[in-house]
Design a protein around this ligand. Sequence first.
Ligand SMILES: [Zn+2]
Length: 298
Amino acid sequence: MSEIRLHSKYDSISCRNNVLELQQKYPFIVLNVIGTSLLGRPIFEISVGEGEKKIHWNGAFHANEWITSPLLIKSLERYCNAIVQDLKIEGVYAQNIYDQIKLSIVPMVNPDGVDLFHYGSAIAGLYKPLVERINAQHNHETFTSWKANIRGVDLNNQFPANWDIEQKRKPILPSFRDFPGYCPLSEPEALAMHQLSIHRSFDRVLAFHSQGEVIYYGYNQAEPSISKDVVSNFQKKSGYLPIRTIDSHAGYKDWYIQHFRKEGYTIEVGKGINPLPWSTFNEQDRRVSKICMSSLIL
Ligand SMILES: [Zn+2]
């Protein structure tokens, strides 16, 4: 079966097109729009499977880490193909996984930020003066360092898990990265992820970022004991190093672990400087795919 084409300038339209293309090809894919970005772009959730156990993957919380979006699309395609071809994934028939797992994927949490990265302030609409001012303040000529959403809020610093600690030590105004907002969940993209997660209460969440080849798996000792075993399996499959905790709060996985006392992982894909070059896609895919597939069978 021919594979879908992943655009090397992977923007919100590429993501939308791939999602629709995959749904055409694999009609068991369920599509859901979980929210709308500030610029009105849909935030898609893809669901596959009919099982009890709920697994979630997300990507591109951060604009210049957009390579995580096509990586998740690629893993989704591989899984769907295994289902229809009756193939095994990590030693288990994909059809059995389908029966046991309900997989949820939000491939691009921050579509405005990703488009800003690729096309610059021309796409920023109402926020054009703001993003240009932020870039001028930092002597940035392009948006390749941009991690935030379109109004300069870092979506992975927006969650109610000791948010006030980050507020005190992070930028106090909109910036290209690290500004946690004026209050938790002020941004529609973060709120959409919060509501989705509350609604579904996933058993295991994997948030894909870049870079570092490490996997953060704890938060304030609130993670379940299984997390340590799962992360060491991820390490075996990918070579990425497990790290239990760092001095960081208000991230999606931090909140998830604290709120639900369930498994949450932040996976830092690849090594180098963001954005990871497109030429490394296959190398990243090899490892990310192993982690994604393992997350379905452990
Ligand atoms: Zn990140």
